[in-house]
Design a protein. Structure first.
Length: 282
């Protein structure tokens, strides 16, 4: 059961349902897909041995475990809306012997954090889903000590992410569907740097920096593997809902063709773009 109330109810319904189940099942694939961004994020924040770290939207906990290893005399708290992923994160940390990694099922927007207890806060593609980013960042800022650090990675716009354009374009099946709007809760919730900067500064962060980071986005070992994964993904379920069987078949044929165009010895990869955001708590 989540500690504190859940206010981000729409995202909680998704991440504590089928979407969370998908990410538990495909944990290793998702971690591998964004590993270059994982490395960029951990390279951008200094974590001392005695630090206490907060990890927003930790998912299955890879980023929490890795920061906990750096903060060997401190701790790392990973929080997520998905109870299934939190359960999985706890099990993995136990197997790997990372005893100072702690996981909580909760909503960062309203979680009753103690004041000024964290030295560093990170988020690896977990902070884009806030329904109220101002409230969320204010709550996070309250939990960070003066001069504490914030580091997060978040997708830039859909037009800057080849992986999304290819999947969306194929599964739109000729329909004129609106792309997700930057700034709305979802994968592109922090894509608008100006909006994100204002939210962070309004919450009490300074020295807010945005570094564009472009990395390959790995989807699978080969076309068969990548196509099977994407066909069963939440984005595919959502975009093909309501299509007639022949329309759906053509859409998936187009998607499979896109996989073929992006395969190499490294597997199936697409271009992708994110912001690496850093800030300091005033």
């Amino acid at each position: 059961m989540a500690r504190g109330i859940i206010v981000n109810v729409d995202m909680a319904a998704a991440w504590d349902g089928d979407e969370g189940d998908d990410w538990v099942r495909e944990r290793e694939r998702h971690d591998r897909a964004i590993r270059p961004y994982h490395e960029a994020l951990l390279g951008a924040v200094t974590i001392e041995a005695t630090d206490n770290v907060l990890d927003i939207g930790c998912g299955n906990g890879e980023s929490t475990r890795d920061t906990a290893r750096r903060a060997g005399e401190g701790s790392a708290l990973g929080m997520d809306l998905s109870s299934r992923m939190i359960e999985n994160a706890r099990a993995i940390a136990s197997r790997e012997g990372v005893r100072n990694a702690v996981f909580e099922h909760g909503d960062v927007q309203a979680y009753p954090f103690d004041d000024a207890v964290y030295d560093v806060c990170i988020s690896r593609f977990g902070a884009m889903f806030f329904a109220d980013r101002d409230a969320a960042f204010a709550n996070v800022a309250r939990s960070i000590r003066k001069d504490g650090l914030l580091g997060l990675v978040a997708w830039r716009s859909p037009l800057e992410n080849e992986w999304f354009q290819c999947v969306f374009g194929a599964l739109a099946a000729g329909r004129d569907l609106p792309m997700p709007a930057p700034g709305t809760p979802g994968p592109y919730g922090l894509a608008d740097a100006d909006v994100t900067r204002r939210a962070l500064e309004g919450a009490g962060f300074a020295d807010v920096g945005f570094e564009p980071v472009d990395k390959p986005f790995w989807v699978g070992t080969d076309v068969t593997d990548a196509f099977a994964f994407l066909r069963a993904s939440g984005i595919a379920r959502g975009l093909t809902q309501g299509l007639e069987p022949d329309q759906k078949a053509r859409a998936f044929d187009t998607l499979e063709a896109a996989m073929n165009e992006h395969t190499s010895d490294a597997g199936v990869t697409f271009g992708s773009s994110a912001w690496l955001v850093t800030a300091r708590r005033t």
